[in-house]
Design a protein around this ligand. Sequence first.
Ligand code: NA7
Length: 548
Amino acid sequence: MLDSTTQVAQGRSVGAGELDALIIGAGFSGLYQLLCLRDRLGLSAQVLEAGEGVGGTWYWNRYPGARCDSESHSYAYYFSEELLQDWTWSERYPAQPEILRYLNHVADRFDLRRDIRFGARVTAAHYDAAANRWHVRTESGDRYTAKFLITAVGCLSSANIPDIPGLDGFTGRWYHTGQWPHEGVDFTGKRVGMIGTGSTGIQAAPVIAASAAHLTVFQRTANYSIPARNAPLTEEFKRWAKENAAEIRRVMHSTPNGHPFAIADRSALDVSPEARQAIYEAAWEKGGLQFRATFRDLLLDKTANDTAAEFLRAKIREIVKDPATAAKLADIDHPFATKRPPIDTGYFETYNRDNVTLVDVRATPIECITPTGILTRDGKEYPLDIIVFATGFDAMTGPLLRMDIRGRDGLSLREAWQAGPRSYLGLQVAGFPNLFTITGPGSPSVLCNMPVAIEQHVEWITHCIAHMRAHGMERIEAQPEAVDRWVEHVNEAANATLLPQAKHSWYLGANVPGKPRVFMPYAGGMARYREICANVAARGYDGFTLSG
Ligand code: NA7
């Protein structure tokens, strides 16, 4: 029998022999990591990308209404002044095609494409301790060898398609929003059923309803949403963003969630009810994720949170004309922002259309998918031509665990993370030397404006590898005690907030049956995390073992 390393080592060897570094994924993370390692450190580095183009999340998520919830001037790389000056966003929130154009622009501008292999889905990566090398294999059997392996696989790239009986026999068409056909889907004259009311469903529903004959939304958990108030950017704003890039970067680096706005330093309970209402009204009018920044204690104190939650529930009841539908939409069972708070363009208004129906599948769960529709437990069948699964992702750990990653002594990541992800700083896992996980579980990642989290990780990894080279070090590995301490700290940070109170949140892995319930991202704030990582490096990579 072959050992695991030998199995991976079989197959066609590709590329110019052994590489210094192999990067998995060509989204925001992988592109910048390639640039840093190749052009700044002079390493031989390559990216393996499953898609046929760059973009990662934005390559796959082409569903109707797909748009970023971070404001465009903050949803960009800040490492290059020239790049900041030569790219101009057109809207307050960038739509998927514009982000994809941006990432293609970045790939061309920095000549990255020549070191990216497209259509190369990594299936296995095994560490050979004797040689201190990673052997990586793709779906098509190509194999690569590298000293450093860096996963840039994104947090939301493994589609969660619920196991509902009958899907195989459905005679219509069905799609998951995260695997959307490139040619688009024509909803004209179709009866569409959409399952899921997270950020994606909330973006997609108004757009689907505008062209479908009928849209039935299957809601399991009612959700808050705040108007995005998207609009074209004015020439004045575009100029301001370019002229003030340094200040915008400073603000993003100083806030807990990496957005370009500060959190107000006041408690929701220290102002009068009238003043609070006025503050919420102004934030509602302004729109966007900034609503969360109105008070410093919305995620820390349940009573403070209740004031925001009640304001938002009242807005739903005000917008939605049918009281029964409004009641279902406003029956939200978790504190505001303890699940990722969506922002929308006409979501609640969509339920005032004659061609839209809301089905509460918490009250009457989906029994099965029939050949012609969806049947709920009360015996009602909803006839459908198309089913859209806006059911989210096996977040954070899913993209890593679907590859067969094995560290020392054949230890698989799946075994190591059986009871939930355990990492040091979200960057390394004990037993997996020279493997770095960009925005891995245990780092701020999804609780932060992603490009900010990504740049910090990529730069930290780059400095770490530069340090190793300067000191003749070949291997770096997280120490088990450092992992234990970090996991404890990640838990403490989450428990200091209201975040774990949303029992069905994907932050906890609760959306995927059988997944361990562990709060995955680091909730201590991006600014604090940045400082922790910088201190670890300054102390000679405290908590890591470096060896020659
Ligand atoms: P989310 O936020 O995970 O939302 C998925 C939605 O699908 C959510 O409403 C789920 O209900 C629902 N869902 C999942 N499985 C089922 C089944 N089996 N039956 C009924 N409903 C189901 O994913 P999104 O794609 O919207 O957003 C992901 C992130 O992308 C977002 O947070 C931003 O960071 C960008 P549940 O709440 O689990 O009861």
